[in-house]
Design a binder for this molecule. Sequence first.
Ligand SMILES: *Cc1c(COP(=O)(O)O)cnc(C)c1O
Length: 372
Amino acid sequence: MSHVPVNEPLLDGNEAKYLQECIETGWISSEGPFVARLENGLAQYVGRQHGIAVCNGTAALDIALAALGIGPGDEVILPTFTIISCIGQIVRAGVRPVLVDSDPETWNMDVTQIKAKVTPHTKAIMAVHIFGLPVDMDPLLEIAREYGLAVIEDAAEMHGQTYKGRPCGSFGDLSTFSFYPNKLITTGEGGMIVTDDAALAERCRSLRNLCFKPEKRFVHDELGWNYRMSNVQAALGVAQLERLNEFVARKRRMGARYSELLAGMPGLQLPLARTDYAENIYWVFGVVLTDEMPFDAEEAMRRLAAKGIGTRPFFWPMHEQPVLRRIGLFEGEHYPVAERLARRGFYVPSGLALTEAQQDQVIAALKEVLPG
Ligand SMILES: *Cc1c(COP(=O)(O)O)cnc(C)c1O
């Protein structure tokens, strides 16, 4: 049996043609025309005024936090069940991260826990859409409105998804995307910030480009980053964006097929197909071992690897990160849902190039290695 990788992207549209254009025209830096095309294209797709392309999704989050001017003494509320990218700049900027646990069914931040975490120091809520279903945005936005908080929306996994019919990426004061190869569309490495606020967009552009002063180059009032995206990356992105609707349909078919063929398997919690605000987009197909399963995700992944099936564990919670505990954060804090998801959850091959034959191989392997 051949190996089934956890992710393989689809690059068989106009990718090669647009890359060729970069070579032929000599436009390979961030000054090239594909960058603006990708910025305008994705901004328009999610109904926003401005797009700011950057070198990855983590950089997009770093810039979003800095652009909002959130600093020492301030607090930001975010889910503990997320990727380290969300918290990096919060911690580096001397901002206090305040965590909430996840909902056990959607795996997204439990929005009913947010309000109790708001203090006079709270400046923003970071909403992170996880794996395929969006965060329940209405209650979150209501709290943000009530207390005058900014919203940063991490839509890295959610290109093409909607919440109550409105595009993910349209909810934050600043919303961010990633274009890593396992995301819905890829540029190899890449990311974007989108917003409707012209002043914030300008701040993001400046922070992305070392805060060069337009009128006096090499004189700086502020420290930024070189987080620019190259024209070569953007060329890939433009070709990918042309196929986003097709990719979304493909992910949904794949998720529905996994759900159907794994339904009723003892010991496995499957992703929710839908909530009253969204249909699952199955960015990845995650499973959680229920309590009757006599081993954890690590053991399941080991057994699947022995059968040639690639997997990835779920996120490890922020409050259990050694690097954050070492600096005194989250002492004595517990978030039982996230702790359980981290230990019992993993995802199976679910990239855009996955074939039905490969999917059958994954399903057969799951049925063999998990005692029923
Ligand atoms: C992938 C991802 C990121 C980081 O994006 P990179 O491009 O890998 O830096 C941030 N947040 C979430 C939720 C992600 O899934």
